[in-house]
Structures are given as structure tokens and as C-alpha cells.
Ligand binder design. Sequence first.
Ligand SMILES: Nc1nc2c(ncn2[C@@H]2O[C@H](COP(=O)(O)OP(=O)(O)OP(=O)(O)O)[C@@H](O)[C@H]2O)c(=O)[nH]1
Ligand SMILES: [Mg+2]
Length: 579
Amino acid sequence: MADNTRAVTGAVLSTREEELRERAVGLLTQVEGIARAFPGADNVEEDLRLLRQARQQLETLFLLVIVGEFNSGKSAFTNALVGEPIMPEGVTPTTSMIHLLVYGEPGPDETTSDGVIVHKHPAPFLREINVVDTPGTNAILREHEAISQRFVPRSDLVLFVTSADRPFSESERAFLEEIRNWGKKIVVVLNKIDLLENDAQLNEVITFISGNASRLLGIEPLIFPISAKLAERGDPAGRFDALRAYILETLDQEERIRLKLLNPLGVADRLLARYTGTVDERLSLLERDAATIAQIETHISDYENEMRREFASYITRVENIVHRLNERADRFFDEYIRIGRVFDLIRSENTREAFERDVVAGTERQIDDTINELIDWMVAQDLRVWQTVTDTLDRRALERYRDDMIGQVGSRFATDRQTLITQVAREAEGVVDRYDQRAEAALLATNVRSAVAQTALAQAGAVSLGAIVVATATTAAVDVTGILAAATIAGLGLFILPARRRSARAELRRKSAELERQLTDVLRDGFETELARSVRRIRDAISPYTRFVTSERTRLEGVRETIGQANAANRDLRAEVNR
Ligand SMILES: Nc1nc2c(ncn2[C@@H]2O[C@H](COP(=O)(O)OP(=O)(O)OP(=O)(O)O)[C@@H](O)[C@H]2O)c(=O)[nH]1
Ligand SMILES: [Mg+2]
């Protein structure tokens, strides 16, 4: 052919085949990237090995792999196929390693790094096809089966050898299922037909095999009845010709290349299906984590709402106290700023004493008690929300067993995640255990005080909010009365007193309203700052968990998308190869 470009797989590929081969390599690279997105997961190393092999497999001769239960006659069949007694046969489990038969001058057997024994032989059959004889399945020697299992993904075509005296056993069904899951084409070799008495028995066995294959595995494989033993002796009763013709002629050059190109697609398919499962499992786990975090957020916003609602009632209480103070001050002026009291007014000491007795009264205590009550209540709420958060996290941490039962989530991811939740839960628990309500209240009081100290309300020497309020109110009163005493009365005379009283009251009312407003502002600011600090502390404590859930979800959504693209590429390529 004119467009032949490159010699691989023992054949010369057409441009189209070469292009498909390159696309298959591209797909394998893509799947490799996906595998690497699961660092530490159980199968990743093995998967990367498989993908490397699938890529190498595209460069080698067509690989025919003989599998089946121990003693079914795989080695005898291999010998008959190649036409040389290369493989030892035996009644007990005989073949214990993978044997690769390739064309070449015989020399000492080589063993590859992955434990495959390579035999070179100049048998004509091997010019176009490499043959692999495998250890039997279902032997008492379990590692034999594992070795063969691991090799299956490399095959371009699987010949499944079953023995006429025990066809289609349960272990054969299981092994066939494995092969099918790699997307392999399976051909059944029914061996030892010389043990059957007649054609009726043979037909019975064939019907039994094909019935079970389609019922249990959904496949309809070609079945070639043979006797390897007779074939080895060159006896036509071994019925080897049909099988040989199938392998060499039906599976012509083009068909072999097609099967070879399908090989990596089957591997990609299976790995992608598994990764899809892993991603889905992880995402559903993370979804429940996100629900837990959302639940905590709900607790936090409930807490904030409850705090603000309740705080408003405390504000009202403080406002009422100040309001009553102002009312008393108002009455005080009504009573004191009159001509009959002029001597008291002139001696401002007396006025101050009277003011403190009649107006201020227990205001300082009342305010301070209310503020302390507010602080205690805030501290109790803070502790309560911590307990709720701890409970929520603990419940999630305990759901581990249920989650684990759902499936293999991939060991490192699962343990990382579990460690994180447990850690965060422990930390929250630690906060609850060590919670010192008195110390928290003292801290809160200090914070409120220092917030007040930075405002216009600040009064030198006043340590509590109550003291500040009282000092402010008194100062205002003294200011007002002071004007009267020092300047007005002496300078302008008594006749203007009623007018001054009006303006003094107005001035005091203005100052009182200002005081009330400032006080509310200060309290609200202090409260909001403390509430924000409390909420931030909770969010900080759970943030490692929140960050993990958010970043893993984003990452896995990305991986899921990449898997989707790889699946689509795989489907397209398969359709193209099968065209
Ligand atoms: N009657 C009969 N015996 C056969 C036939 N093919 C193989 N045998 C015998 O069955 C036994 C097992 O043959 P092997 O070729 O070693 O079987 P195997 O599947 O390679 O076995 P393991 O390597 O142990 O998995 C030997 O004694 C063979 O002589 C056959 O067509 N007819
Ligand atoms: Mg053998």
C-alpha cells in the first residue's frame, strides 16, 4: 500500500491506522493524568503500570494469550499451536509463571523485569503472533491465578481453554468476567474432546458453554472444540485446522491491528469506569460534609439572629434606665432653677449633691448590672453555640462507619478526611472543655470598656459604663447649672431666670438625647465586634475542614469533567476503530 508509513506490531500500518494508534496513545496519556489525580489511592501505581504497558503493547506484535483453569491443557495447546513441544505439560499445576513465546533463534531463556519468561523459537507461527502461556486459575496455588489475572490486560486476544471433562466451572465464570471487563475479545477453546464419547456429548458440552456464556456473561464467544493431545501428535481428530485457520486467516492483518487498537481502549474504559466510581463516591461523601458545614453555618446564623434579637431587649433596658435618669434630671431643673432656690444655685456644691441624690441615684449600678447580665448572657450563648458545633462535628466524625460501608473511597483520601474531621471536632471539644465563662466574661467586659474608652463618651477615671453614663450626665447638668451660677445670675440679674431655665432645660434635653444615642451606639458597636469575634473564632476552628471540602470538591468536579472528556474520546475512537 502506498500510504504505509511505519512498521509496528509486526505489520505496516496505514496512515489511518497510524493516526488511530496515535490517538490511542493520547487517550492513555489522558487517563494517566486522571490516575495521577488520585494520589495515594489503592490502585494508582498498578494503574499507571497498566497504562504504560498498554502503550508499549501498541508497539509490539499481536499478543495471543492462553488462559484457563489449571490442567485444562493450556500448555499442551500452546505446543500444538506453535508446533513445538516448548512448554512442559503435567497433571498437577505445572506452569507457574508467564511464558512468552517469540520468534527467534533458541537460546537460554530470559526473564524480563516483570517476571515474564521469554522463549525464542523459529516456529513459523511465531513470525506474526506472540503467544503467551499462563499459569492456571483455580489451582491450590493462588498466586498462579493472580499472575495470570495481572497479565490479561496486555492481551490482544484471549484464548480461554476449558476442559471437556469439567466445562464452565464457577471459577471459570469469574475469570471470564474479569477478562470481559477489560473489554477483551474472548475465544473459547474446548479442549480434551477425545475424552468425550461421541458428537452428541460434544454438542451437549458446547450448548452448555455457550448457554452459560450468554446467560451469565452476556457474551457469545466462538467455541473451538479440539484435542490438544491428538493435535500434538498430528492427528486430524485433534480438529486443530479450524482453529489455526481462524487465527491466521480470519484474524487477518487488518483484524489483528483492529484488536490491538481496541486493547488500550478497553483498558482505558475499565480504569475510567473505576475512577468515575471513585469520584462519585468521594463527591457524595463531600456533599454530606458540605451539608454538615452548612448545618454549622445555620447554627451560626441562628446564633447571630438570637444574639441580635436578645441584645435589642438589653438595649431597651439600658435606654429606659438612661431615659428615667433624664426624666429625673428634667424634674430636677424644674424644681431647682427657680428664684426660691437661688442660694442653692449659687453654691453649686449643694446643687451637685442634690443632683446626685435625686437624679443619679442608683443609675450607675443599674446600668452596670444590666451590662454584666448582657455579658454573662453573651458568654453563655457563645459556649452554647460551641457545644452545638462540637456535637455536629462529632456526629459527622462518627458517620465514618456508614460512609466506609458505602464503598472503597480510596484509602488516603478517606483517612486524610477522617483525620481532619476528628481533629477539628477535637479542637472544638477542647474549646468547650476549657471554656472558662468567668474569664470570657472578664475579657468581654474589658473589650467593651476599651471600646467605650475610644469614644466621645469616655470620661477620665470612670471604669464602668454605668460610671461613664452618670459622669456624663452629671457633667452636663453641672455645665448647665454652672452657667447659671457663675455667669448668668451674677451678671444679668434674677429677672431673666425663667428664660434661662427654659434654655437650660432645652440644653440638658439635647445633651441627654445625645448621651442616649451615644450610649446605644457604643453598646451596639461593642456588641457587634464581640459577636463577630465569636463567630470568627468558630469559623477559624472549622476552616481546615471547610477548606478541604471546598478544594476537594472543586478538584473532583474538574476530574469528573476530564473523565467525561476521556470517555467521549474513547467512544469516538472505538467507533472509528470498528468502522
Ligand atoms: N486427554 C487429554 N489430555 C490432555 C489434552 N491436553 C492436555 N492433556 C493433559 O492434561 C494435563 C494437563 O495439561 P497441561 O497442558 O499441562 O495443562 P495446563 O492447562 O497447562 O496446566 P497448568 O499449567 O497447570 O495450568 C496433562 O497431563 C496433559 O497431557 C487433551 O486434549 N486430551
Ligand atoms: Mg501449563
